[in-house]
Design a protein around this ligand. Structure first.
Ligand code: C5P
Length: 270
């Protein structure tokens, strides 16, 4: 990784890396985390980006139950990290929904983790700077922090085949991970989630339901979620760009002017 680590590994920061999804939309018939990209699994790429960010002392990887290939990836990464002595990497079996998988990861994190990042393994190429912005904002006191990008498309609310509303695009943001939380607040939100919350697509939704204030920091185009075959083509091109040292593998600074209320690297006012 070319990015430097401007802050030391934080003993109080833990990461739940969720990788237990089926990856049906990629259409390869294997769990998405096992799909190869640039010759390595998506899980290897995402674990590398978590460790390279230097933000956490412990990482729990949530895996499809009984997946020997991915367990071996985690074991290998765990042994390598233990050799360096900075990060503790372990694996745990996930659940039927993303929320259930996050809960399994939370249960496996050391209780000393006062700050938790929840990250999609499918966002395999997330730059270190995104992890660092999120952690900085939580350490500055925000109970919940999410990285976001402006929405470039016009978004419609549709019922059946009829448009019922057009939200103001300027107020919309596309949400990424890692999402960062005060660990106690996140555990409480998961503990009080009801059956109707099982389908939540991110953890910030659970805290919003509890009335917590969720802050935003600047995301990054490279933190995109590998979901479709086209995403995989893009990820391959990014990795090839990195390998060749071209701009395809780097992340141009997004103009702060394009992100009202968000400035890179600055924790939100809380
Ligand atoms: O399905 P979706 O794209 O929202 O998944 C986002 C992340 O959540 C992926 O990294 C996936 O592996 C993970 N996930 C999980 N357990 C599930 C479903 C999704 O860990 N049951």
């Amino acid at each position: 990784m070319s990015e430097k680590n401007p802050q030391p590994v934080r003993a109080e920061v833990g990461v739940v890396l969720v990788a237990a999804g089926s990856g049906q939309r990629l259409g390869q018939g294997i769990p998405k985390a096992r799909v190869l990209c640039g010759g390595r699994t998506l899980l290897e790429h995402s674990l590398e980006s978590v460790v390279a960010s230097g933000v956490a002392a412990s990482v729990v990887v949530v895996l499809p139950a009984g997946d020997g290939v991915l367990s071996a990836v985690v074991d290998r990464a765990g042994r390598r990290a233990a050799g360096v002595g900075t990060v503790r990497i372990t694996g745990v079996a996930g659940g039927a929904t993303r929320a259930a998988s996050v809960r399994a990861g939370l249960d496996a994190l050391p209780p000393s983790a006062a700050v938790v990042l929840v990250h999609d393994a499918a966002r395999a190429l997330t730059p270190s700077s995104v992890f660092q912005r999120v952690v900085a904002a939580v350490l500055a006191g925000a109970p919940a922090v999410i990285p976001v990008l402006p929405v470039v498309d016009t978004v419609k609310v549709v019922t059946g085949d009829v448009v019922t509303a057009t939200p103001d695009r300027a107020a919309l943001r596309a949400v990424q991970t890692p999402q960062g939380f005060d660990a106690r607040a996140l555990r409480a939100a998961h503990a009080s989630a009801t059956a109707s919350d099982l389908g939540v697509t991110d953890d910030a939704m659970l805290l919003e339901a509890q009335g917590a204030t969720v802050h935003v920091v600047e995301g990054d185009a490279l933190a995109f979620k590998v979901t479709t075959p086209l995403d995989l083509v893009i990820a391959e091109a990014v990795l090839a760009g990195r390998h060749a040292g071209t701009s395809a593998g780097t992340s141009p600074e997004t103009s702060p002017a394009a992100l009202p209320g968000i400035s890179a690297g600055t924790p939100p006012e809380i």
